[in-house]
Design a protein around this ligand. Structure first.
Ligand code: UDP
Length: 238
């Protein structure tokens, strides 16, 4: 990495909803392109980047099952949604000349590569952005858990969780103007106070492996790059 950049390898987790832009559903290509630019600017610092993208902009297993679908089938549909998002991000990144590989936890050879850990590591060493798709490949999990799992497997130094706000607050900052942002907060406090950073199993998996989670705003242009260069506001969960 360039001078002043303290991370060598990170995982960026974004929700599917981050890709829907002003729409209420699905993919908004200009928004995907904007996020791809943010990723490219960090890639240009020499940082190795993994990504996990959710699927909530297209389909969530819990929503399907609440409406009468069988839960595991609905969860597989959610995992497939993450593959569509991963392909959209790959396309936007390659448009910017950033070599990218999509790796799916559920093999679908014509579409992307299957998950083979050593191969994914090799892609990172060759400075390709690796997008992990289809979550963990198992129902009853989320892409937050997938992000923590892959970040551990790839030996990332931190998970960067891009959200709409610039960190973790003691209450919802959108509804409460007096909400206070934490600079640092422990995994246990996040769990006890249910601070809504990621789901509980993802937080526990990060805690048990000492993997810090950096919560920051993805809406802030240049924000991702800024934090990697030691600037900007964010919350470090550790
Ligand atoms: N999913 C799953 N196993 C996983 C990851 C995801 O079953 O390991 C399914 C689950 O139904 C989930 C959907 O995929 O609702 C989309 O993922 P998620 O809700 O994490 O997306 P996000 O909220 O980040 O957009």
């Amino acid at each position: 990495p360039q001078k002043g950049v303290t991370y060598k390898r990170v995982l960026l987790k974004i929700s599917g909803e981050a890709l829907m832009g002003p729409q209420g559903f699905g993919l908004h290509p200009p928004t995907v392109q904007r996020i791809a630019q943010e990723v490219r600017s960090v890639h240009a610092l020499g940082v190795e980047i993994c990504m996990v993208i959710g699927g909530g902009n297209i389909f969530r297993g819990l929503q399907g099952s609440a409406q009468g679908m069988e839960r595991t089938t609905a969860d597989y549909m959610g995992m497939l949604a993450t593959v569509m998002n991963a392909l959209a991000m790959q396309s936007a990144l390659e448009e910017l000349n950033v070599h990218t590989r999509v790796i799916s936890a559920i093999p679908m050879d014509q579409v992307c590569e299957p998950y083979i850990r050593r191969r994914a590591v090799r892609h990172l060493e060759k400075k390709r952005v690796v997008i992990f798709a289809a979550g963990t490949g198992n129902p009853y999990f989320t892409t937050d858990t997938a992000a923590t799992l892959r970040a551990n497997e790839m030996a990332c130094e931190a998970i960067f969780k891009g959200t709409k706000v610039d960190g973790v607050y003691d209450k919802d900052p959108v509804k409460n103007p007096d909400a206070k942002r934490y600079d640092r907060v422990s995994y246990d406090e996040v769990l006890q106070k249910n601070l809504g950073v990621m789901d509980a199993s993802a937080i526990a998996l990060a805690r048990d492996n000492n993997l810090p989670i950096i919560v920051f705003s993805l809406d802030e242009p240049g924000g991702f790059r800024g934090i990697l260069s030691g600037q900007g506001t964010y919350t470090r969960v550790h």
